[in-house]
Ligand binder design. Structure first.
Ligand SMILES: Nc1ncnc2c1ncn2[C@@H]1O[C@H](COP(=O)(O)OP(=O)(O)OP(=O)(O)O)[C@@H](O)[C@H]1O
Ligand SMILES: Cc1ncc(CO)c(N)n1
Ligand SMILES: [Mg+2]
Length: 556
């Protein structure tokens, strides 16, 4: 099986002589895998008299070179569970055995370098490893042994988690390992993933306190030779988000996730690096692999937040959450993209009835006209009927990659597997909705004031809907906030905003032109669905919005 690996290994390490050119590595690997398969097929064929030859399939394969954690939250144990959860085979070369639990590290027994080398030879010479991931490398000697082994047995990608100190403060590698990383291993690495303390140590010791420090650090570590850098912000204090900085040599990406309130964070770093390695082994590009890994860690922490193992301050979490709860199977779909708010279509059951169209016809037509997100607002439907039609709408939305939200009804969103919910100020609180839906679902909140916008953000919402901007007949007794109210909320909001209420072709442009960057789009009910042809009206609105954006230089 040839695994696509276009985006990796395209840059030759800059501060060493090239160890291998990428095409040669891939060809060598492919031919080794082919030879092994041919040999196996031949054996199988003769034994079975050629009666029923089976196609043999190698699994994507990560080798972790790391320490054992007796508490099984971090180290080799975390790596094997994370790869297994993502469908990737994980072999393991053990560099040290630690006596460790939820209190801290009680002891370390280092494996002799010659025996680390022997393990590396055993695995790499035989087992067609795709990606090597490193964790605890206790000495510079082990770093050297690893570099030599990788020169002998090249792999497609190398993920280096420069583990130095455990979160409990215990030392896991000798100080000299630092120079091994900087002078030898980083130049071979496709990505290095330091946490705040490790990034600081690699760069001479100045502490990293802000996202700006993280950005600078990512760029400086890039200059030590790796192809990509991820500075992890799990330990960034005063941050309600879990923010990581990813640098690819050109662009700094700020990756934000919800910070899960839990004591069970032991092994997040090992898991993150293993998930990146697993996704690379499956053929993902680097940024995609990092995003998948982050979603996996966030979901695992959320699922395990109340788990009770051990009596110390930092517990392990459950890597196998996806086996147990399909609702947490969220890593495969990208998290909310604020640009999806651009043309936000909100269906209305009364209007559909009036025009004699089904809810699915309405959704289909809005998507055909260019709607970028759909919300089902069914005030009158019976629950069972609502779930059935929501499932049908979800199928339509999925095939066009348009997110589907459910108004108010968290139960219906869960039952049909929708992408999220939109809640009003008197509906279920966003915080409760987040607890029920998990971190991967989209949550929007209707807000009329800066204080409500602040609360929505604190409660873990993804966006806010602000309005009614103009008077509307869709909602009775709805207070109009006007353009000034909208602007005030946008300026105060840390979340992206979609404007709603009485917006149509005549006034959409003026709304988009208020010129606040986090106003991402408009939400529309009557101007789309209280019309004869929904697709035509959507198309017209889309062109008005595109026009407004090109005039104000907003991104579409
Ligand atoms: N409480 C949390 N909620 C959500 N994500 C988190 C939380 N803590 C850490 N993360 C995420 O987990 C990943 C690992 O980051 P972290 O900074 O914890 O690594 P680390 O310190 O190397 O971990 P370890 O505890 O294994 O040493 C990052 O993507 C980070 O943003
Ligand atoms: C064995 C081992 N590797 C890595 C870490 C870092 O979390 C740890 N605590 N233990
Ligand atoms: Mg940590």
């Amino acid at each position: 099986m040839a695994l696509p690996f276009q985006t990796l290994s395209t840059r030759i390490p800059r501060n060493t002589t090239p160890l291998h050119s990428p095409p040669r590595v891939n060809r060598a690997l492919a031919s080794r895998k082919r030879a092994a398969l041919v040999a196996a097929s031949a054996m199988y064929g003769s034994a079975a008299d050629g009666a029923h030859k089976r196609k043999l399939q190698p699994l994507p394969h990560v080798l972790t070179v790391a320490g054992s954690d007796s508490g099984a939250g971090a180290g080799v144990q975390a790596d094997i569970k994370a790869c297994g959860a993502l469908g990737v085979f994980c072999s393991s070369v053990v560099t040290a055995v630690t006596a460790q639990n939820t209190v801290g590290v009680q002891g370390v027994h280092v494996v002799p370098e010659s025996f680390v080398e022997e393990q590396l030879r055993s695995v790499l010479s035989d087992m067609d490893v795709d990606v090597v991931k490193t964790g605890m490398l206790p000495s510079i000697g082990v770093v050297k042994v690893l570099c030599d082994s990788l020169r002998k047995f090249p792999v497609k990608a190398l993920v280096v988690d420069p583990v130095m100190v455990s979160t409990s403060g215990d030392t896991l590698s000798a100080p000299s390992t630092l120079s091994g990383y900087r002078d030898q291993l980083f130049a071979m690495a496709d990505i290095v993933t330091p946490n705040l303390k490790e990034a600081s140590a690699l760069l001479g010791g100045a502490p990293l306190k802000t996202v700006y420090d993280m950005r600078d650090a990512a760029k400086s570590i890039y200059n030590l030779g790796p192809r990509h850098v991820l500075v992890k912000g799990g330990d960034l204090s005063d941050s309600s988000d879990a923010i990581d900085i990813f640098f690819d040599g050109q662009t700094c990406h700020e990756l934000r996730g919800s910070r899960v309130k839990t004591r069970n964070t032991h092994g997040t770093g090992c898991t993150m690096a293993s998930c990146i390695a697993a996704e690379l082994a499956k053929g993902s590009a680097m940024l995609q692999a990092v995003q998948e890994a982050k979603a996996f860690v966030e979901s695992a922490l959320h699922y395990s937040k109340d788990m009770a193992i051990g009596n110390g301050p930092q517990g392990p979490f459950d890597h196998l959450f996806r086996l147990k709860s399909p609702h947490y199977n969220v890593g495969a779909t990208p998290r909310f993209n604020p640009d999806d708010l651009f043309l936000y279509a909100v269906t209305d059951s009364r209007m559909n009835k009036k025009w004699g169209r089904s809810i699915t016809d309405a959704v289909q037509a809005a998507i055909e006209g260019g709607a970028t997100i759909i919300q089902l607002r069914e005030k009158e439907a019976e629950t069972r009927e609502f779930i059935e039609s929501a499932k049908a709408c979800l199928e339509i939305c999925r095939s066009s990659r348009v997110p589907l939200l459910i108004n108010d009804r968290v139960d219906v969103a869960l039952a049909c597997g929708a992408d999220g919910v939109h809640v009003g100020q008197s509906d279920m609180p966003a915080r409760t909705a987040r607890e029920l839906l998990g971190p991967g679902k989209i949550i929007g909140v209707s807000c009329k004031t800066p204080a409500q916008a602040e609360k929505a953000w604190a409660d873990g919402a993804d966006y806010i809907g602000c309005g009614g901007v103009f008077p509307t007949t869709t909602k009775e007794d709805n207070i109009t906030v006007g353009m000034e109210g909208l602007k005030a909320v946008c300026l105060a909001s840390k979340l992206p905003v979609v404007a709603i209420g009485g917006i149509g072709i005549a006034n959409a442009r003026s709304v988009m032109e208020i010129g606040v960057p986090n106003l991402k789009g408009i939400a529309i009910v009557s101007a789309l669905f209280d019309r004869e042809c929904v697709a035509t009206e959507t198309r017209k609105l889309r062109s008005v919005l595109m026009d407004a954006c090109s005039r104000t230089n907003l991104s579409v």
